[in-house]
Design a protein around this ligand. Structure first.
Ligand code: ADP
Ligand code: MG
Length: 361
């Protein structure tokens, strides 16, 4: 069983620590995605698992065995890089065979494995071509094929689709998902693209500045972000954030937010009056139904019509920017002043430090 376990894993370059004690359990067969902004330590962490970077402190186990000191070649992992790293003078077949030839495997075994990988990746007809005769997507498939023939316990991918154009990226994303379904190995996949993370992962690990912000399934992170960072990182277009203040002036407590008064949930109303909080609401949770619980007025700046759906960009009375996704026919026009509504149960609340505020269980 190719579980991967990280215990207080740390990495320092000289005196500067860049990975600050990561604890993580990746289960056998899981598709785990490391996601976060550029420079947050995704590649470093993946390379530490691969054995391409030394581990400064902590324990890394693969398949129940501590592998901190084990050579990359003996960890049972295979890595696929963003830039493919193919040998230009070798054919597709030779590129995929090379590692097995070096390892002294028999001709018969090599031929079987390479043919098998070629079939899975639909490279059968391209086996004798050189990398220069392939498209970007085909090259990336050869790089994946080279990993498959090694039959690793764990596949490691570092932004494998970043060099492809948008359409090909979507296509290869689906192929990687199919590959995981077909072979079922543990996969660890690094990306800065939250859409890739949402669509591929069983488990998403959100990283920021060398620390884990949150671990969970795509829907857990989408529904229940622990803090402002995760709430803003997961979801596209981003969750809207509005400054809000709790007001208790005699009647039922309300939220002073975006130039409007919104009903405050009872659990929130029990908090400090006057406390500065942030209300988060996703673009898809707005609508123009006649009787929404919570209403905001926005002055519409721009409308992006995508056919099935439209993104309406506007400003509240307080000057805060709002993006609302609209699917009905009553799409407002730029320059209009409109009322949009949402349900308070779809709103998320955060305190001044960015931590999520929730009802006590
Ligand atoms: N060889 C190195 N020497 C010093 N600092 C490094 C080295 N490699 C990476 N770093 C630093 O570690 C941090 C994480 O980098 P990296 O893992 O490449 O980020 P990501 O892949 O998330 O964009 C960055 O601040 C980067 O500058
Ligand atoms: Mg990187």
């Amino acid at each position: 069983m190719a579980d991967v376990t990280l215990r207080n894993l740390r990495k320092s370059y000289g005196n500067a620590e860049t990975i600050h004690g990561i604890d993580l359990d990746i289960r056998h067969g899981e598709f785990c995605v490391f996601v976060g902004p550029s420079g947050c330590g995704k590649s470093t962490l993946l390379r530490m698992i691969a054995g391409l970077e030394t581990i400064s402190d902590g324990d890394l186990s693969i398949d129940g065995q501590r592998v901190n000191q084990v050579d990359a070649a003996d960890r049972g992992v295979a890595m696929v890089f963003q830039n493919y790293a193919l040998y230009p003078h070798m054919s597709v077949r030779e590129n995929m065979s090379f590692g097995l030839r070096i390892a002294g495997r028999s001709r018969k075994e090599i031929a079987e494995k390479v043919d098998d990988a070629g079939r899975i990746l639909q490279l059968d007809a391209l086996m004798d071509r050189k990398p220069s005769q392939l498209s970007g997507g085909q090259r990336q498939r050869v790089a994946i094929g080279r990993a498959i023939v090694r039959d690793p316990k764990v596949f490691l991918f570092d932004e494998p689709l970043s060099n492809l154009d948008a359409e090909l990226r979507v296509q290869m994303r689906v192929e990687i998902a199919k590959l995981h379904q077909e072979i079922g190995n543990t996969m660890i996949y690094v990306t800065h693209d939250q859409t890739e993370a949402m669509t591929l992962a069983d488990k998403i690990v959100v990283l920021r500045a060398g620390r884990i912000e949150q671990v969970g399934s795509p829907l857990e992170l989408y529904e229940n972000p622990k803090n402002l960072f995760v709430a803003g990182f997961i979801g596209s277009p981003k969750m809207n954030f509005l400054k809000a203040r709790l007001v208790a002036d005699g009647g039922a407590p309300t939220l002073d937010c975006g130039g409007a008064r919104l009903p405050a949930p009872a659990w929130l109303a029990a908090g400090d009056p006057g406390a500065e909080i942030t209300l988060g609401i996703r673009p898809e949770h707005f609508d123009r139904t006649p009787n929404p619980e919570a209403k905001l007025r926005i002055a519409v700046d721009v409308v992006e019509n995508l056919g099935g759906t439209s993104f309406v960009y506007g400003k509240t009375a307080g000057g805060e920017t709002i993006i609302a996704e609209m699917r009905d026919r009553a799409i407002p026009r730029p320059g209009e002043d409109v009322e949009i509504g949402f349900r308070m149960e779809d709103a998320r609340f955060f305190d001044a430090t960015g931590a999520r505020l929730q009802p006590k269980a």
